[in-house]
Structure formats: structure tokens, C-alpha cells
Design a protein around this ligand. Structure first.
Ligand SMILES: NC(=O)c1ccc[n+]([C@@H]2O[C@H](COP(=O)([O-])OP(=O)(O)OC[C@H]3O[C@@H](n4cnc5c(N)ncnc54)[C@H](OP(=O)(O)O)[C@@H]3O)[C@@H](O)[C@H]2O)c1
Length: 213
């Protein structure tokens, strides 16, 4: 069966994957861009349409696994837009007319709306469904490829809690946010069901991979 994977989920040393006060002009709240500076410096980011030339080192190699073999993404309402986006019928996500996903994307929300077909192969489907059911839908759409759980932390935590994630790649960034949304809450002893490996890179981040035993 296809695998369920999480990639490039960046957290602070105190475990926050986003800051406090998410808003239209602050997608990561008070964290700003600090959780992803390591990624902005990679060739992966450059190839995704970001700026600069991008370095092709170890951070790039980890980051680029994001899209390899992925046939669908599941994301939470908090990743798709700022608080209250459901009140704006014109909101189509942060990523413009040609989003980088290039697959079906299932947005979990308690206020679903009709699907939106975007450029480049991305279609947004809106689902009000428990994680296992959402995964079943995403698997059907992924055509035998893997399903990525794209975040944010609430949705990743829910999928981890239900034992649905086969491979988790977390990037621990050496900053302390103090507040925001934590990844790990309620996941006591998660390590017992995964093989965990850690690789530190010259940028100062630590890549942690959790592969289901
Ligand atoms: N650090 C990283 O690498 C990374 C990666 C991705 C995103 N982010 C950031 O993370 C933040 C978003 O994360 P978050 O934890 O606040 O929110 P989230 O995980 O994106 O979404 C949670 C929301 O999704 C909806 N939802 C979740 N499960 C559902 C279900 N089973 N059925 C129906 N609706 C469901 C609910 O919203 P409603 O009740 O409102 O519908 C819930 O409040 C953003 O700031 C984003 O930029 C960070």
C-alpha cells in the first residue's frame, strides 16, 4: 500500500511549528520566516520558484524529498489560509494560480466548499471528515503513489495520534518561539513505534526522520 509521509515540517527547539497570531500578513504568526530560513537557502526552494540560486547541499537533499513519489496532499484549514478564510468565497490558498503541489490536495475543514481546479495539476478538494476517511479519499486520488500530510501541526499531530503516518521528517530549527501551535502535545512515547535518525547540517538545523518500525 502507498505510504503516508510528512516532509520538511519545521519546528522550534520548544516544539512549535507555527507562531502565535496567524494572519493574512503573517502566515506563521510571530515566527515570521524564522522556521524556514534553512529551506529558503536551498536549491529545492529555488526550483520551486523561490529566490536566489540555492545551495545543493544536505538541506537541499532532505527538502527535495517533499515531492518525490507523492500523488496527493492532505492539509489543514490553518495551512490553507489565515483564520476566517472560509468567510471569503474568493480565497484560493496562499500559492497563486499555479500552486506548487501539482496533485489533488485535500483541505480538511469543518466548512467545506466545492472543489477548485488550479493551474499545473493542483485541485483543491474540501473535506469535513476524520483523518482515516480523508486518507482513504487521498489514497484513491493518488493513483498508487504516496500521500503527503502537509501540515499544519494540528493535522500532522492528529494523523500521528491515529497511527496513520509511515514516515515523518521534522526539521528542528535552533530558535525558541515560546508560543504558537506545538507538534508533539499528546504524542507521549511516539518514539517507540518509529526508528529515529538525526542528521545535523551546517545551516544549524537537525533533520529528524521517524520511519515506522
Ligand atoms: N512549520 C512548518 O513546516 C509548517 C508546515 C505547514 C504549515 N505550517 C503553519 O501551520 C499553521 C497551520 O497549522 P495549524 O495547526 O494552526 O492548523 P492546521 O493543522 O493547518 O489546520 C487545523 C484546522 O483544520 C481543520 N480540521 C482539522 N482536522 C479536521 C477534520 N478531521 N475535519 C474537518 N476539519 C478539520 C480545522 O479547521 P476549521 O474548524 O476552521 O475548519 C482545524 O482547526 C500555519 O501558520 C501554517 O503556515 C507550518
Amino acid at each position: 500500500m502507498s505510504a503516508v509521509r510528512v516532509h520538511n515540517l519545521s519546528i522550534s527547539l520548544d516544539g512549535f511549528a507555527t507562531g502565535d497570531g496567524q494572519a493574512l500578513d503573517a502566515p506563521f504568526g510571530h515566527a515570521g520566516e524564522r522556521l524556514h530560513e534553512w529551506m529558503f537557502a536551498t536549491r529545492f526552494w529555488h526550483e520551486m520558484g523561490g529566490g536566489g540560486d540555492g545551495a545543493a547541499g544536505a538541506d537541499h537533499v532532505f527538502a527535495a524529498r517533499h515531492g518525490q513519489g507523492i500523488g496527493a496532499e492532505i492539509m489543514g484549514a490553518g495551512k490553507f489560509g489565515p483564520p476566517g478564510w472560509q468567510d471569503d468565497p474568493a480565497w484560493q490558498g496562499w500559492w497563486g494560480d499555479t500552486p506548487p503541489f501539482r496533485t489533488p490536495v485535500f483541505v480538511l475543514t469543518h466548512r467545506p466548499r466545492p472543489s477548485i481546479e488550479m493551474g499545473g495539476g493542483t485541485t483543491y478538494h474540501f473535506l469535513d471528515a476524520p483523518p482515516a476517511e480523508a486518507l482513504e479519499r487521498a489514497r484513491e486520488a493518488a493513483g498508487g503513489l504516496d500521500v503527503r500530510v502537509g501540515g499544519g501541526p494540528t493535522v500532522v499531530r492528529d494523523f500521528l495520534a491515529e497511527g496513520l503516518v509511515d514516515h515523518l521528517h521534522v526539521v528542528q530549527v535552533p530558535i525558541l518561539l515560546g508560543r504558537g501551535v506545538r507538534l508533539w502535545d499528546g504524542l507521549e512515547a511516539l518514539e517507540k513505534t518509529y526508528t529515529i535518525e538525526a542528521v545535523s547540517t551546517p545551516s544549524g538545523v537537525t533533520h529528524l526522520t521517524f520511519t515506522r518500525v
